[in-house]
Ligand binder design. Sequence first.
Ligand code: PLP
Length: 398
Amino acid sequence: MSRIDLKKAHFSTLCVHGSGGVDPATGAISTPIYQSSTFAFKNAKHGADIFAGEQEGYVYSRIGNPTQTALEKEVAFLEQGEASLAFGSGMAAISSVILSLCKSGNNVLSSNVLYGGTHNLFMITLPQYGITVKEIDGTILENFEKNIDENTTCIYIETPANPTLTLIDIAECAKIAKKHKIPLVVDNTLPTPYHQRPLNLGADIVVHSATKYIGGHGDTVAGLVVGKREYIDRLRGEILRDFGGIISPLNAWLLLRGLKTLALRMDKHEENAMEIAKFLNFHPKVKQVWYPGLTTHPQHELAKKQMTGFGGVISFEIKGGRKAGEKLMNSVKLFTLAVSLGDVDSLIEHPGSMTHSTYSPEDLESVGISEGFVRLAVGIEDRNDLKDDLSQALKKVQ
Ligand SMILES: *Cc1c(COP(=O)(O)O)cnc(C)c1O
């Protein structure tokens, strides 16, 4: 359908023009929101053939919907994977992938800094179904090798991790996974395919909370999985079909719309974040700043190797602990005190008591999330306004 050479086009062009151009049924340049639960068959044979897998076609929106298909094609394309599958949330995507790879008695080997919901799924919920997860320090690669056993059916990593921005070497991790013939799953929410493409580095499956940068406007909760066609077909046919964690046509459309400006937004998020990270790094009331773009980040070299940009999330430890952090969060005016990230608006939160309150106090300490640990999701406002806001709020901290 597309008139441009998609192989030669750059990322921002692909974001705008998509994987194939216009709506195949109508020529609409914005894919319509196909708000329909079911789809008419041409005749009885047509229906039976679709069910038998002998003809392609839509049946029922829990199995597939044209707006969702347009999104999935686009995302597979941007992540450079064969196929993609959308879900109703990032957690639906992540839990579905784990359920597709593990049966009772199996275990997952995972890095230990994870989105709080993923950590809770791994530590509390999955064990109730006989699936256990070993969380290890993924910055030490030998830990993966050492902890794989005959029941380990996948490696799961988040890099950069939410909220400590700890990185894991995807290519090295992929080598270990290949050696043991198990898939490597990477949560690519923070960098997005604009800043990191795990499949090109050897990973097998990519998961996303599309609620964040892909949607980009704080108006949609959604998830995505990208991988080999054979795997995605099985994920759709078994897990999505039976557990039903689907995306709505409207939300699929909102993500398609978000994707058009992904490159533009990520550039601005990064530009702003870099400037704010530097500002905080020199601020007397700040103890430490974590941002992969800073040369002081312990894994800055790895960030340069596997990422093409450093994203918009910054974490820092404020001097004075929890009380100082609370004062800061209650004093900002432009930053909104809210969880989530990746929105055009700048957000601030306290992981220890909010997004990562699913971690026990000991686990929080062991991964470096202290009482004074604050996370910023830098938006696309003017960076001077953002700096001024943090500056005035930091002045109020004793
Ligand atoms: C938010 C988030 C999730 C969970 O996604 P939902 O869309 O909220 O279900 C998973 N991983 C990361 C890194 C996240 O930031």
